[in-house]
Design a protein around this ligand. Structure first.
Ligand code: BJ8
Length: 428
């Protein structure tokens, strides 16, 4: 994509206030990463052509859609975490976009304000904002943070000096009083969105939003279920990409495309066709989220001859495995409670205790016939790095081999990780 302001996209990026030379450098890097990770694969489902297109237009067509939505009076709400309820945003006629950044970017500027030993995810979203290279951030009318880990909390204060930031207070335990607290917090969020959009959420608008987002999650569940087959009908990398794109794509279009891919996967499973060889070593990944363009670990595992069959992470099952109940005749208040409760059910390592995550991981490994579990943490992420101890214990208890890796967004450790992962796959 050209950064020339004479092109439609160039003009659009300039009008969003982006730093065009820096954005140009980013846009030159991502296609190469995508080609190396994705277009080198063989036996991909034909339906993945949609995601090739989405990636080729990642800062183009979708941003144009967001800009058109804003021009028509709509709002765009950027989020960084799974706990921010997408249904509530949509029920106000706003579009939600996930902003978790997966690239090492703008670190020189970021490290002037954040300690070097901050996790890559935080440095990345701060770098994207400080360098003005992300059109999703720049088109958002409101950025919504949350009190998960300490690094994010404090980074949101600095982000608030550059953009309009609203922070939801997330409890760190799941007792009854925490549930009540969180339900109240979700109601405050409704009020903030009413103020932003000038619209009042109704039972009808929330019912429609719940149905739409549930449809998206169900479509992703179909892909997840197909991955139980041997040979796996889709690579882990392709399945990961579908979940990553779910955070910002148009919901009805995305759901339709993913259902088409799921139909194709069902047919592949019936025909015994796979994206990986039958008998390839099967790996479940668990840990910190992987935002676009962070495909490093999947790429290493699959280039080493293994196949990733599931992700217990926010860019995986934590995103799609539970739905908000669709209860006919429920009042708006009851629906808001159901939305809040569904989100509080997510098992992030920022909660204590978080035993349910350990059970989720071993259950997933069993359901998908995994040969091993790889625990992936971003360096300096205390919650996941420490909780790895309990996850390892849970894996050992059920006799599933376990490997723990701590990494970041750079390519510097690819050689070392490849060696460790190859040895792990050989041992399985
Ligand atoms: S629900 S995983 S998206 S908080 S990796 S910034 S925890 S130091 S990302 Fe997350 Fe929500 Fe939890 Fe999911 Fe902090 Fe760790 Fe960095 Fe993290």
């Amino acid at each position: 994509m050209s950064e020339n302001v004479a092109t439609d996209y160039g003009r659009m990026w300039a009008e969003l206030g982006m730093n065009l030379p820096a954005h140009c450098a980013l846009m030159n890097a991502i296609p190469t990463m995508y080609e190396n990770a994705y277009l080198t694969q063989s036996d991909r489902p034909a339906g993945m052509a949609y995601f090739d297109f989405v990636m080729s237009e990642i800062h183009g067509l979708r941003i144009k859609e967001l800009v058109d939505h804003k021009t028509a009076g709509g709002k765009v709400v950027g989020t960084f975490c799974l706990y921010v309820p997408e249904e509530i945003i949509r029920a106000h006629g706003a579009v939600g976009v996930g902003l978790c950044a997966g690239a090492e970017w703008g670190y020189n500027e970021v490290e002037k304000v954040l300690p070097r030993n901050t996790c890559a995810l935080i440095k990345s979203f701060m770098g994207f904002k400080m360098d003005r290279v992300c059109p999703y951030v720049e088109s958002a009318d409101l950025l919504v943070g949350e009190t998960t880990c300490d690094g994010k909390k404090k980074a949101y204060e600095l982000l608030g000096e550059m953009a309009d930031v609203y922070v939801m207070e997330l409890p760190q335990m799941k007792r009854d009083r925490d549930r009540e607290f969180w339900r109240a917090e979700v109601r405050e969020f409704v009020m903030r969105l009413e103020e932003l959009t000038g619209k009042t959420m109704t039972a009808e608008s929330l019912t429609a939003a719940i149905a739409e987002v549930n449809g998206k999650r169900r479509a992703l569940q179909r892909i997840a279920a197909a991955r139980a087959a041997d040979p796996a009908p889709i690579s882990g990398k392709d399945a990961l990409l579908a979940t990553q794109v779910a955070f910002y794509d148009d919901v009805p279009r995305f759901t339709a495309m993913v259902n088409t891919i799921a139909d194709e996967l069902d047919a592949r499973v019936a025909a015994g066709e796979g994206a990986a060889a039958k008998g390839a070593k099967r790996v479940v990944l668990t840990g910190s989220p992987m935002a676009i363009p962070n495909w490093k670990t999947h790429d290493i595992i699959e280039k080493a001859g293994g196949v990733v069959v599931g992700e217990e992470m926010c860019t995986g099952s934590r995103y799609y495995d539970t739905l908000v109940p669709e209860t006919p005749g429920a009042s708006l208040d009851e629906m808001i409670d159901e939305v809040a409760d569904k989100y509080l059910g997510i098992n992030c390592a920022c909660f204590t205790p978080n035993d349910a995550r350990c059970s989720d991981v071993v259950q997933m490994a069993s359901d998908l016939g995994a040969d091993g579990i790889v625990h992936y943490s971003l360096q300096f992420c205390g919650p996941y790095q420490i909780e790895a101890v309990q996850v390892e214990r849970a894996a050992r208890d059920v006799g599933v081999p376990f490997l723990k890796i701590d990494t970041d967004y750079s390519a510097e450790d690819v050689g070392q990780l490849s060696t460790r992962i190859e040895a792990f796959l050989e041992m399985l």
